[in-house]
Write a protein that binds this ligand. Sequence first.
Ligand SMILES: Nc1nc2c(ncn2[C@@H]2O[C@H](COP(=O)(O)OP(=O)(O)O)[C@@H](O)[C@H]2O)c(=O)[nH]1
Ligand SMILES: [Mg+2]
Length: 277
Amino acid sequence: MNRKDKAASGCAACPAHHAGHLRRLGVDMEEWDYVAALAGNPNVGKSTVFNALTGLRQHTGNWPGKTVSRAEGGFVYGGSRFKIVDLPGTYSLLATSLDEEIARDFLLFGRPDVTVVVADAMRLERNLNLVLQVFEITDRVVLCLNLMDEAKRHGLRVDDRLLSRELGVPVVPAAARYGEGIPRLLEEIRAVATGEIAPKPRRLEKGPRALQGAVERLVEEIEDAFPGLPNARWVALRLLDGDRTIVEAVRKGDLGDLTRDGPEPAGAPRGAEKEAR
Ligand SMILES: Nc1nc2c(ncn2[C@@H]2O[C@H](COP(=O)(O)OP(=O)(O)O)[C@@H](O)[C@H]2O)c(=O)[nH]1
Ligand SMILES: [Mg+2]
């Protein structure tokens, strides 16, 4: 579908209009205002969404120090430059595989301004597992409900508005292969990244009081030991759960190094030129 045609028929207030102002930067991305991460199960159309947003070319390389390949690219939208990082496809963020570890560490320590979780509308229940895990790490989530064409073809209807209310984050139905939903996805990415929209993702219950107390005590200790570390609460929960890599990182004292191990070069101009909200 041609974006310009769509834009011409839309009004200035609707997402299709803004899509007309999408400028794909492909690999030509040296500075950015916002970082967007793309997460999702394998084979849900993540790369298709990525390509629709950035143009066909993507910069691929390996994650620092790891052999798993990584793609990043960029686009300009609504007057801001976005860098978008395609995370390895995973079913969970429990870090039982290298892919999961990379995806998790980027969300935790790379601190993207917005995380787009791409989900398969045909297999929503299975996909929601990852969605809920991402909610534990960050508020700034947009859910892209992809493969809607397939879902429709199989007579499956998804009430995206109800889903959005239940989950507490924007939900964008899409058929990325045909460019459907991309204009609205761009708009939600912008709104969440800039803070114009503040999603309130549904979290799992806090658990029993004893657990809450233990988490609070641990958070204090973690923050003392690793000043400035984001997501100390999440780290505390993983420690209580006996997460091997996190336990090891705390023991060795290099938990903070996970941040530097992320895909962004030190001193990158992240957020340096953020627009007024
Ligand atoms: N029918 C349909 N197929 C899609 C859509 N989006 C992606 N695909 C196809 O799904 C397959 C997996 O897509 P890909 O982007 O590689 O998924 P990834 O593994 O999540 O990166 C490819 O054959 C895509 O062409 C969509 O919206 N509708
Ligand atoms: Mg892919």
